[in-house]
Ligand binder design. Sequence first.
Ligand SMILES: CC(=O)N[C@H]1[C@@H](OP(=O)(O)OP(=O)(O)OC[C@H]2O[C@@H](n3ccc(=O)[nH]c3=O)[C@H](O)[C@@H]2O)O[C@H](CO)[C@@H](O)[C@@H]1O
Ligand SMILES: C=C(OP(=O)(O)O)C(=O)O
Length: 430
Amino acid sequence: MDRIRIVGGNELHGVIPISGAKNAALPLMIASLLTDDTLTLENVPHLADVEQLIRILGNHGVDISVNGRRERQGESYARTVHFTCRNIVDTTAPYELVSKMRASFWVIGPLLAREGKARVSLPGGCAIGTRPVDLFIEGLQALSANIEIDSGYVNATAPAGGLIGARYTFPKVSVGATHVLMMAATLANGTTVLGNAAREPEVVDLANCLNAMGAKITGQGTATITIEGVRSLSGARHRVLPDRIETGTYAMAVAMTGGDVILEDTDMALLDTALEAIRRAGAEITETNSGIRVVRNGAGIKPVDIVTDPFPGFPTDLQAQFMGLMTMAKGTSHITETIFENRFMHVQELARLGAKISLSGQTAKIEGVSRLKGAPVMATDLRASVSLVIAGLAAEGETMVSRVYHLDRGFERLEEKLTRCGAHVERVSD
Ligand SMILES: CC(=O)N[C@H]1[C@@H](OP(=O)(O)OP(=O)(O)OC[C@H]2O[C@@H](n3ccc(=O)[nH]c3=O)[C@H](O)[C@@H]2O)O[C@H](CO)[C@@H](O)[C@@H]1O
Ligand SMILES: C=C(OP(=O)(O)O)C(=O)O
């Protein structure tokens, strides 16, 4: 099993190309189930989750072709991928495929909308909380779907004439349930109004792509999304938006090690709150023609308190990385996690590097230390693993991160991107 070996202590200098967002690419790929035409997605990142979803979509009858020559984009290789689902050949998404990744459950929306039925295994994904699917079920029931749960599967059927538009207000903000209800409602009879919808940029990206396919969606990016059902959707060409979590992660890495890096092909507006927290920690962040410049020279890291929240709040997917940064702050900081009840598994691993962190309920208290020291650590989930990489970059000596398959779910060519900026990071295969 691969491990990542880091020898810490180097500043980062150079350019890091930011990939297309995993969390946008996944729902966009799933949207290809809604049409018998070709959906072409540009800037698709090469990640384990994308490959897994390709297998899942193939099982439903989606024909997928990747541009033979990868489009060269700065130092990265963004892929253009064509998805064509002439016919849905299977409306079951089996446990063996769905259990590996939470987002694969989302096929339930398009399958139900287009075929009138779906049998989808309850999902897996990062073990960061219980992650139920009650909001998906409640929302689809509001669109008149009939739903039963049996032997670990959700069996859903639409009424004879198809799903029926309705007004549904989420009792709590859910990115995935917003994606699914938006997709399902595009082909429903009548108008659907979703209240307390997620406002994440990836929701907006999906809505924009669906509109390019002929859907009638308004209000994306606000808490109220209105979807006027249409009879059918066509193909489209759409570019996956930049990965704001990858952007924030590398910005925090530079803030941690010191240095001067341009994050290319990304957009500050996608992560205002997180960038503001990094600025308060002492880094300079400015917009350039090609992306975002992050600089930290000399001055130490300042302690900053943060609370995770749905967009536009501080993203939970950057919480672990920010904690990595705060381990070396000059003072005490507090990080409160409000989205997932079990997203502090990186705490004990960061402690192995010498971090001083204590937990009280959903709040972590981090007492900054003047030095971290490399050690063997274990990745426990996707973002937790990259927080260990960030801490390892600033630690003295060698940090060996095991279970890097978590990292490969969401960070494209991480070793290469960091090495080009002067870090000592390599993949070791046993
Ligand atoms: C592939 C993808 O895009 N994953 C992201 C997505 O996950 P995901 O879409 O799974 O996250 P949600 O926004 O749905 O989850 C938010 C909270 O709502 C709860 N909930 C959700 C659905 C439901 O039916 N019932 C329920 O109680 C969850 O357990 C969690 O506590 O948004 C999260 C929150 O920004 C991110 O951390 C994930 O990286
Ligand atoms: C939690 C994440 O992914 P998933 O929802 O697929 O588990 C993530 O991207 O940080």
